[in-house]
Design a protein around this ligand. Structure first.
Ligand SMILES: Nc1nc(O)c(N)c(N[C@@H]2O[C@H](COP(=O)(O)O)[C@@H](O)[C@H]2O)n1
Length: 161
């Protein structure tokens, strides 16, 4: 089965980076994955002054608008690192929040797709031909958490022997 998600208020909205699940990462607390991801675009760039403004944005929509401003200069390695930045933040989100971790695990081996009508990199885009990198990250995080659980169960069994 394929599970499509996009907006926070729609089914599986907790898979969106805009969902209100904060993360503590690299020494700071961020209100959403989207705040963190948008701010990372400017680490080490001449426009790094925008980072604390993104950090304290009232909403993820505001953080995204600030990060998408085309007149600001992104860090030079952004295209190389953005998928890894996103994966670290998404993994942190699902390790931190037990209730959404269970929702992720209940999807089994279903295909997860960000149903963005405009984004052909993170989502599938309007024609459903996009690369769906956010869906792929969620599926790989799901697998990593399953493996972590399995290791914990095995360790507990060994300890009880
Ligand atoms: N506009 C918008 N609204 C939402 O509710 C979304 N979930 C998204 N998608 C997210 O936008 C981020 C990509 O931003 P950039 O294009 O790289 O600035 C990423 O978190 C997508 O999942 N967009």
């Amino acid at each position: 089965m394929t599970i499509y998600f996009y907006k926070v208020w729609q089914p599986y909205g907790c898979f969106s980076n805009f969902s209100p699940h904060g993360i503590y990462i690299q020494g700071s607390y961020w209100p959403t994955v989207e705040h963190y991801y948008q701010a990372q675009k400017f680490v080490g760039s001449i426009d790094a002054v925008i980072i604390p403004i993104i950090h304290t944005a009232e909403t993820p929509e505001e953080a995204a608008a600030l990060g998408r401003c085309s007149t600001r200069q992104l860090r030079s390695d952004w295209e190389l690192v953005k998928t890894q930045v996103m994966r670290e933040a998404v993994l942190k989100k699902f390790l931190t929040h037990a209730e959404i971790r269970e929702i992720l695990l209940t999807t089994g081996d279903d295909l997860l797709v960000e149903n963005s009508p405009t984004d052909y990199f993170w989502g599938c885009g309007a024609r459903k031909t996009g690369q769906n990198h956010l869906g792929k990250i969620l599926m790989s995080v799901r697998e990593e958490i399953r493996q972590l659980r399995l290791s914990a169960v095995i360790s507990a069994e060994v300890l009880s022997e």
